[in-house]
Design a protein around this ligand. Structure first.
Ligand SMILES: [Fe+2]
Length: 202
């Protein structure tokens, strides 16, 4: 009994101490991949438009475009790195388990935003990881001089049945790390997606 009450006391002490901590200190468990890795910065002369996957790549075609701004004005020269899975849900055909080939993704592209902050790329719509229930997604790493790294690390697709209601309603644990895009299909079957990026000054 003595040990239990001691444990209880220490728990109460911990809880009281936690309540006194500033909120940002308690905001632990931010996705660890929020920090860009080596090799994820676009060359300074990268174009604003790239082809991530050509027309010979299996899967429904997708055209993505958007603008990088500070919330008002365009951000020119922002580095935009995108990568995603193929039509089988694989980053790398040799990855041992779903999602594990992300650092060596076959379908990837590097861009620099133009004078209007614009960027675009053509690819295929990625398939979700096989054997998991994670929604299909496109990864982004966006960096610009004088700005913090963009916290929106992925966009998802609103028509994806794998998206759960709390995620759709912005109640997920990290609601700011993904953006749910509204894909529109044209008469040629190409999916069009707009993904604008708002950077916060450092
Ligand atoms: Fe992923």
């Amino acid at each position: 009994m003595k040990a239990i009450s001691a444990n209880r006391r220490s728990l109460l002490t911990l809880a009281a101490a936690a309540a006194l901590l500033p909120r940002r200190v308690l905001a632990f468990n931010v996705p660890s991949y929020a920090v860009a890795k080596p090799g994820q910065l676009a060359p300074s002369d990268a174009p604003p438009h790239v082809i991530v996957a050509g027309t010979s790549e299996p899967g429904p075609r997708m055209a993505v475009q958007g603008r990088v701004t500070d919330g008002k004005n365009p951000v020119r020269g922002a580095s935009i790195f995108v990568y995603h899975t193929d039509a089988n849900g694989r980053y790398d055909p040799n990855e041992p388990r779903p999602g594990e080939g992300a650092d060596n993704a076959r379908l990837r592209g590097f861009m620099r935003s133009d004078a209007k902050g614009g960027y675009s790329f053509e690819s295929i719509r990625p398939a979700p990881y096989p054997t998991t229930t994670l929604p299909e997604h496109v990864h982004y790493v966006v960096l610009a001089e004088g700005f913090k790294e963009d916290r929106v690390l992925e966009f998802w697709f609103a028509d994806d049945p794998l998206i759960q209601p709390p995620q759709r309603e912005g109640q997920a644990r990290f609601p700011d790390y993904f953006y749910i895009s509204e894909p529109m299909q044209d008469t040629h079957g190409i999916w069009h997606i707009t993904h604008d990026i708002v950077l916060e000054r450092a």
